[in-house]
Ligand binder design. Structure first.
Ligand code: PRX
Length: 632
């Protein structure tokens, strides 16, 4: 069954034109999709922020305003790993749970503007906690479940979080993932200087966990007595809604700050447009809430639009290879949004697996997080979508708040592996290295002209870094860090990062972050982390290390393991490299800069075609690297 198109090619063109001709009127009109306690009368950011004179509350927009028309509609279907483990919450029930937790947060001393960290597995409490923070005007910092204690400690310290919401454990089959003890370790790392005053624990299972007297509390008994009504804070449109840490070229992950009115308008606008959202849809975005996709397209966009969300706690292929397809069939999922890495992994299991399931409920498929290759696009479209579903490849970033370049179903003609066209109101440009805009069919550095409502406000504690990272490299444009190709019809193909960010399975990892972690290993004098193409993950992480002189063979041979352990403990297991090469030196320019381009090519197995090596200070190292990589 086809869904009713929200836009036709003609109405889409009209939308593009009206956004171009009168952005102020266009965005003011789009802001009316939200409920405001003070309606904004200015839209475009001219220095004060988007919708600067408006006031609203994000959780009122995601919950309260739906209660009259759809209080009894399912807001969340939660499917646990075990098939019988299902929870359905209506908008009314979700509202009550959010209010109860918001009251507990207030009783815990959380005030407007405070920071609350959330570290949870894929249980409904993650969404409830985000909404509860939004209700009382506290900024949430959702921490990815795979972060190590040290990575958590850094983020708690940078944000100054006063309260943490975590779980006793996460579950993966019979295995238990120690959320609470990881959090305890993270807080202990900062000792007396920790800002965390209270730890609230969701009991996901019956597993007991140690509680620190005076600091920790189990949530269940508190929720039983908490009031289910809670007065929302009226926030300024430009007040921060949340911080989310992401990796860039600099060593430390940066806390990207998103505002309330602009971000929520963008989340709602893009969710409706790119997924052709309509009543009755069952929307499943497989992202973890620890990433921006889980913020915009699990929590804020779908709930702002009154959708029914599916949240799944398990893995794609566990306990059986077709588990995701089974979930789609069981819950009649209409809209399915996932990553190219997942698509490639599922594709490698063969077509018989999805063929055993009825996937006819699907109407719109989506891909995000990394470039999708032609083969994966075609498989997703033809096999999962049976050739009849719209497939949206959505390009965006933590900093953009929501989708920027994406197909709009039924309105834009698809082209396999292309993110297609900018959404109405988005003005991408391709620049050359000097910052000159390039016209027509060309490849260049992807920037965005002007602003858009979803753009991040700043970097927490470091507005200068925000300016120098995004706004100063190419004055007048927002610098994305990505490269792209544009064809003669204006379609975009994202070619990947042009900076030192590596995208492994859609997870952003900064080279500098890895090199920083390795620098703590005493016996290593220098290291370099590079990304190489990987069949499933898109990119794999490879590390070169240079040991100090005079180490014994035994000391040197232990270094690889040490690197893996150090990255796992300082960053997280998700950033553990595919390979570690012990090398005598790194290729360097005469001015002492590491030549990553060469290291990338050699790590990928190339042995020639490196171009002019005469600019290197140590050209002889190239053969050494080829030999070492070739032997590994
Ligand atoms: O390189 C681009 C890639 O992911 C980066 C943003 O990562 P993050 O902030 O973690 O957000 C991921 C989810 C939006 C981008 O700079 N990227 C994201 N989506 C795509 C993509 N590359 C190609 N095609 C996409 N659809």
């Amino acid at each position: 069954m086809l869904s009713t198109p929200r836009l036709t090619p003609e109405s889409y063109k009209r939308l593009v034109e009206s956004a171009r001709n009168d952005p102020e009127a266009f965005w003011l009109r789009e802001s009316r999709r939200l409920e405001w306690s003070a309606l904004p009368i200015v839209a475009v950011d001219t220095g004060e922020g988007w919708f600067a004179d408006g006031r609203l509350n994000a959780s009122v927009n995601c919950l309260d305003r739906h209660l009259t028309a759809r209080g009894d509609q399912t807001a969340i279907i939660w499917q646990g790993e075990e098939d019988s483990n299902v929870l359905r919450l209506t908008y009314r029930e979700l509202h009550a749970r959010v209010c109860a937790l918001a009251n507990i947060l207030r009783e815990s001393g959380v005030k407007r503007g405070d920071r609350v960290a959330i570290h949870l597995p894929a249980v409904v409490e993650g969404i409830i906690a985000m909404q509860a923070c939004a209700r009382i005007g506290a900024m949430h910092i959702v921490l990815f479940g795979g972060f190590s204690a040290e990575a958590i400690a850094d983020r708690l310290a940078d944000s100054g979080a006063v309260v943490v919401i975590t779980a006793n454990v996460g579950r993966r089959g019979a295995k238990r993932i120690p959320f609470k003890t990881t959090m305890d370790a993270a807080i202990a790392l900062r000792g007396e200087t920790s800002t965390v005053r209270r730890v609230l624990v969701v009991e996901v299972t019956d597993d007991a966990v140690p509680l620190t007297e005076g600091r920790d509390a189990l949530l269940t008994p508190l929720l039983e007595t908490a009031s289910t009504t809670c007065e929302p804070e009226a926030m300024n449109a430009t007040d921060p809604l949340f911080l989310l840490y992401t990796s860039g070229s600099t060593g430390k992950p940066k806390g990207i700050v998103h505002g309330t009115g602009g971000y929520l308008t963008w989340a709602s606008y893009t969710h409706e447009l790119i997924f052709n959202h309509q009543q009755g849809d069952v929307f499943w975005c497989t992202a973890d809430i620890g990433w921006i996709t889980g913020h915009t397209y699990v929590s804020y966009g779908p709930l702002a639009n009154g959708a029914t969300l599916l949240v799944f706690e398990g893995m794609p292929s566990h306990p059986t290879p077709g588990r995701w397809w089974d979930v789609i069939q069981k819950h009649g999922v209409t809209t399915f949004y996932t990553s190219p890495t997942a698509i490639r992994a599922l594709m490698s299991e063969g077509n018989d697996i999805p063929a055993a399931y009825d996937l006819s409920s699907l109407r719109v498929l989506g891909s995000v997080g990394e470039p999708i290759n032609h083969e994966a696009w075609t498989w997703f479209h033809d096999v999962i979508g049976a050739g009849r579903c719209e497939l949206v490849d959505t390009w965006w970033q933590t900093e953009t708040g929501g989708a920027m370049i994406s197909l709009v179903p039924y309105a834009v003609e698809p082209r396999p592996a292309s993110a297609t066209l900018p959404l109405p109101g988005v003005n991408p440009v391709l620049l050359d290295e000097k910052g000159t805009p390039l016209e027509g069919a060309v490849e260049g550095i992807l920037c965005i002209d002007g602003s858009w409502p979803g753009r991040a406000l700043t970097i927490w504690n470091d507005d200068t870094l925000f300016q120098t990272t995004y706004l100063r490299p190419y004055p007048g444009h927002y610098f994305t860090g990505d490269g792209a190709r544009r064809d003669a019809d204006g379609y975009y193909w994202i070619t990947g990062r042009v900076d030192d960010v590596i995208n492994v399975s859609g997870h952003r990892i900064g080279s500098a972050e890895i090199e920083d972690a390795i620098s703590e290993i005493h016996d290593i004098s220098e290291s370099s982390a590079v990304g190489v193409p990987h069949d499933i993950k898109g990119q794999g992480l490879v590390v070169y290390i240079v040991p100090h002189e005079g180490l014994s063979e035994e000391q040197t041979s232990g270094l690889k393991d040490q690197v893996v352990r150090t990255i796992a403990s300082k960053v997280g297991r998700y950033a553990v490299p595919e390979a570690v090469y012990v090398v005598p030196d790194l290729p360097k320019t005469r001015s002492g800069k590491n030549v990553r381009r060469l290291m990338r090519k050699i790590a990928y197995g190339e042995t020639q075609g490196f171009g002019d090596l005469s600019t290197l200070a140590n050209p002889g190292i190239v053969d050494d690297l080829i030999r070492i990589v070739g032997k590994a």
